[in-house]
Write a protein of this length. Structure first.
Length: 721
């Protein structure tokens, strides 16, 4: 529907079914609670109340969903600015009124009832869900907390069914970990009173309304289901336990603590205190930069699947039913696992029977660990592995829709593989390479298959990590790229479309990260201090700990490819060479930058000092730099920002927000900082350009601001603009 027409369409519709008012929220795509919807709802309920012929109200959503929460776009506009409790207060007060409504309100809840959507539902007096419903309070994923009574009503409803302590525990878990419950589970937990098949929803809601009118059913008001659930002492113990359980997950965050605080204020001091605290704490979360970052990322992630000239072309959708993966190593088996999991049949091709068996073993173990943890049923396990076949030749490849190559990083081998694939497959079969560094055009240069070729660069472990870089060359057909974007969504990956260059997007922009760390060590900064500063900034681990995890030998090999491609801006610390010579390959050999007495946990290694001294000597023993932790963070990341700007300049990345998603999902950049470019813009292009220029005088071309960055800094513009 055109936007101007959409703006004039009513977003809430009312009709009469005998003595019942049926109110339908109709605000595509997901019936979010925009201010317009809330106003429309309030008016519709008021109209039903003033109509004497109406005896009960049913609230439902149009389409397949109830309500997917407050309008995140509107919240995004309000976030990061000073805020008071008025925003949450007004919705809370209306929901208090709805709950107390003299005419019973039945909630007919299909599909998603999330965030503010579940909060509206909890204020109804009877809830019917469907077998495909999903209910939850995922506000913490956005840096917020449930601000329309969710921290008060959900624990009370659960406590009524499970008992005070168990209910409070379940409620806290659902809120703090953003856990959704499917309809049948919501019934078991007492969140809804009835579950039916979607086609029976309206009839079931009408029947419940009739019973409420006749008095055969009693209305349930969630806020009245127990006032003080815990003593103050119990609440304090609960808080300590909660904080302990959240542990490192809440590093640099404020909203989980605020959420726990309102749950416990309500549980120990009653609903009135709890709901007030909820409004105050919601305002604090909304004003914090973490919410701005996470809300930005919500929309950035959804923008990734929109590629101009590709996804706006209405190509007929392609079905991917049969795939092959070449190579059953860690990457190949992970990719095969993701495909099988999405219901796609997979042929795993390896070079001999031994390699086939090893590849199958890895796939079985990927599914097996989920089976053991109860995350997969035996039926689903059997079905997934039933879709897997293995072979050592190209027999039947003419039946395939896509082949993903994941053999070793060797140009000649890959060129041969694609020449063979061109002959073995149909002309419409997509040919993809999982190379992490090699030019896709070079791989396909001996074929005529380039239009159906692209890179699908997964991150390890491929069945777990959410990101896939889709590398298109100038030959890749838009239809093929569009089809693979669709496939990525099907296998639950977020695809970021990138151009063809050495390292593609993520590995290329993070090349200066490791280099900066080496440069700092050569200039007298302790590696463990660097790791701590970067960890405290919010990365899962610092660059040296990451080097140990990836393998010092692997880093040395990948580093040499990148250094050759980007010679003009490469700094070479010999530290990695000294580790390599000492056979300290990282965690897998028990020693790298750290030592690993139990094979897993890192401990500083006094023996590293000697190797650091050798690297410093090779660098000419420059005087030690005196830096703050913030300097270390900026020194390490500003080179990454600079390279990201080059990628925007060259069209390797389509937009800055794609880089945000790629850095969060591919490198563990802290999501609450909104991704690399969002964070850079929070500091300002001028500040970044100024520091880079200073460092380029001291350390050379590696820090020279690129034109894109310099020009935006001169104009005082955002880097993401
Ligand atoms: C809240 O409720 C605060 C309250 O407690 C207190 C207030 C005082 N708003 O994900 P999809 C758009 S905070 C605006 O691709 P799916 C989305 O951008 C909210 N827009 O589909 C996309 O637009 P486009 C708590 C929204 O099927 C389109 O809908 N709620 C909203 O893969 C389709 O989305 C949440 O955190 C929204 N609330 O997944 C739930 N939701 O087509 C957030 C979606 O232009 N939403 N859009 O790119 C979701 O988790 C998923 O969207 C959902 C559907 C699971 C619903």
């Amino acid at each position: 529907m055109p936007k101007d027409t959409a703006a004039t369409q009513p977003v809430v519709k009312s009709e009469k079914l005998d003595d019942i008012a049926l109110i339908t929220i109709d605000s595509p795509p997901v019936n979010s609670l925009s201010q317009r919807v809330v106003m429309g709802l309030a008016e519709a309920v008021a109209a039903a109340n003033s109509d004497n012929s109406v005896k009960a109200i049913i609230l439902r959503g149009a389409g397949d969903n109830f309500i997917a929460g407050a309008d995140i776009g509107e919240l995004g506009q309000a976030s990061g600015k000073p805020s008071d409790s008025a925003l949450a207060n007004s919705l809370q007060s209306w929901l208090d009124q709805l709950e107390a409504n003299a005419k019973p309100v039945v909630i007919a809840l299909d599909g998603f009832a999330l965030g503010g959507g579940l909060e509206v539902a909890l204020a109804g007096q009877y809830r019917v869900a469907t077998t495909r419903s999903r209910v939850g309070l995922p506000e913490l994923k956005l840096g917020l907390l449930p601000g329309a009574g969710g921290t008060q009503r959900l624990p009370r409803v659960l406590a009524d069914k499970l008992g005070a302590m168990a209910g409070l525990q379940k409620g806290s878990e659902m809120i703090l970990q953003s856990i959704e419950q499917p309809g049948p589970k919501a019934l078991e937990l007492g969140i809804v009173q009835e579950v039916v098949e979607p086609e029976s929803l309206l009839d079931a809601a009408k029947a419940a309304a009739k019973k409420l009118i006749s008095g055969a059913l009693k209305p349930v008001r969630a806020s009245k289901l127990g006032d003080k659930l815990l003593s103050k002492e119990e609440a304090e113990q609960f808080r300590q336990m909660g904080l302990m359980m959240m542990g490192d997950k809440v590093r640099n965050l404020v909203h989980p603590q605020h959420a726990l605080d309102c749950i416990l204020a309500g549980a120990s001091e009653g609903y009135a205190v709890g709901i007030r605290r909820e409004a105050e704490n919601f305002a604090k979360c909304l004003a914090a930069p973490q919410a701005t970052g996470l809300i930005h990322l919500f929309f950035a992630t959804r923008a990734c699947v929109k590629v101009p000239g590709v996804t706006d072309q209405n190509f007929p959708p392609r079905k991917f039913e049969r795939a092959a993966v070449l190579g059953g190593g860690t990457m190949g088996s992970g990719i095969a696992t993701a495909l099988l999991d999405a219901g796609i049949s997979v042929v795993l091709k390896e070079i001999n029977d031994e390699a086939v068996a090893a590849g199958r073993g890895r796939i079985e173990s990927n599914f097996g660990s989920r089976l053991k943890k109860g995350k997969l049923s035996q039926k689903k396990y059997d079905e997934a592995l039933g879709r897997l076949t293995t072979q050592t030749n190209y027999k039947g490849f003419d039946q395939l829709d896509i082949v993903i190559e994941a053999v070793v990083e060797n140009i000649a081998l890959k060129q041969q593989v694609f020449a063979d694939l061109e002959k073995a497959t149909r002309a419409d079969c997509v040919l993809a390479s999982n190379t992490s560094t090699i030019d896709i055009e070079l791989i396909g240069q001996n074929t005529k298959a380039l239009p159906r070729m692209l890179g699908t660069h997964f991150f390890s472990p491929a069945h777990v990590m959410p990101l896939v870089e889709l590398v298109r060359t100038k030959h890749t057909s838009s239809e093929v790229l569009g089809a693979v974007i669709g496939l990525s969504k099907k296998i639950k990956k977020t695809p970021v479309t990138v151009g063809n260059c050495v390292g593609f997007l993520v590995n290329r922009i993070f090349f200066p990260y490791g280099q900066a760390a080496g440069l700092l060590v050569d200039n007298g900064v302790d590696p463990y201090r660097i790791d701590k500063a970067i960890f405290d900034f919010g990365m899962p681990m610092g660059p040296f700990r990451m080097g140990d995890l990836a393998g010092v030998d692997v880093a040395k090999f990948a580093g040499s490819i990148m250094a050759e491609a980007y010679q003009d801006r490469t700094y070479y610390s010999t530290l990695v060479e000294h580790l390599f010579a000492a056979k300290r390959f990282g965690q897998k050999t028990g020693r790298g930058y750290y030592q690993y007495p139990d094979g897993k946990t890192e401990q500083p290694d006094p023996g590293l000092a000697e190797l650091v001294a050798a690297a410093r000597k090779d660098a000419g023993n420059p005087p030690a730099l005196e830096l703050t932790d913030n300097d270390i963070v900026e020194f390490t990341f500003f080179g990454v920002v600079n390279e990201a700007c080059r990628c925007l300049e060259e069209g390797i990345a389509i937009r800055a927000s794609d880089i945000d998603v790629a850095t969060v999902m591919g490198m563990g950049f802290p999501p609450y900082r909104g991704g690399l470019m969002h964070w850079a813009d929070s500091l300002g292009s001028r500040h970044i350009a100024k520091r880079l220029t200073e460092w380029s005088r001291q350390f050379g071309a590696m820090y020279e601001p690129c034109d894109y960055l310099r020009e935006r800094a001169e104009r005082g513009e955002k880097l993401s603009g």
